[in-house]
Unconditional design. Structure first.
Length: 202
């Protein structure tokens, strides 16, 4: 019996060391699981913050695209108020605008892409409306002092549930003036407040 106890003692020591080793290993595995869980949580949080930041930046970029289209259209030589080389800033010649409204949009597609540009002017005495109605159809009829004409229209369409609809867009209004009579100061210019309304599609 004494001999059996002597031989059992190293075996018991080995078993207790083995259990301690297993516990140590499970502790390490537990620590690694917690570490990877925290790492995954941190990465998920970081990427969600980055995604919302990117969405804000993209929205700003799209808004800037609408501003860019408005500014580009304002400074088009086809629309500027110029007479004998003298250019009036933030002004659109109504007769030129009506001529542009009668052209095909393909001509301006490389410049504006998917966009919609409408010129609306405020005309209380209907002087400019009389000029406009002789050239192209304007909306609405000259009862409302605000009159609009579409300068460029190339809307982006997308299919949702097999129904084609207008894509999302950013909207921007640029205040300026319009003048008639070819902006000739010798004849006498007639100015009116106007808005250049731009939709820039995403």
């Amino acid at each position: 019996m004494v001999a059996r106890r002597c031989t059992d003692a190293p075996l018991m020591g080995m078993l207790s060391r083995s259990r301690r080793g297993q516990l140590k290993m499970f502790e390490n595995i537990g620590v690694m699981i917690v570490f990877f869980f925290l790492l995954a949580f941190g990465m998920n949080f970081y990427f969600s913050v980055q995604e919302s930041s990117l969405k804000k930046d993209f929205a700003k970029f799209e808004q800037m695209r609408a501003v860019q289209v408005a500014v580009q259209s304002q400074f088009m030589p086809e629309l500027d108020c110029s007479y004998a080389g003298d250019i009036t800033q933030k002004c659109i010649d109504l007769q030129k605008a009506l001529a542009v409204a009668g052209t095909t949009p393909e001509r301006f597609t490389p410049t504006f892409g998917f966009a919609n540009i409408v010129l609306s002017w405020y005309d209380t005495d209907f002087t400019l409306t009389a000029v406009a109605t002789r050239k192209v159809t304007v909306s609405p009829a000259p009862v409302d002092p605000w009159v609009s004409v579409t300068l460029y229209s190339n809307p982006k369409k997308e299919k949702v549930d097999n129904v084609e609809q207008e894509s999302s867009y950013q909207y921007f209004e640029l205040p300026l003036v319009v003048c008639d009579r070819n902006c000739d100061p010798s004849i006498g210019r007639h100015y009116s407040f106007a808005l250049l309304k731009v939709k820039a599609y995403d």
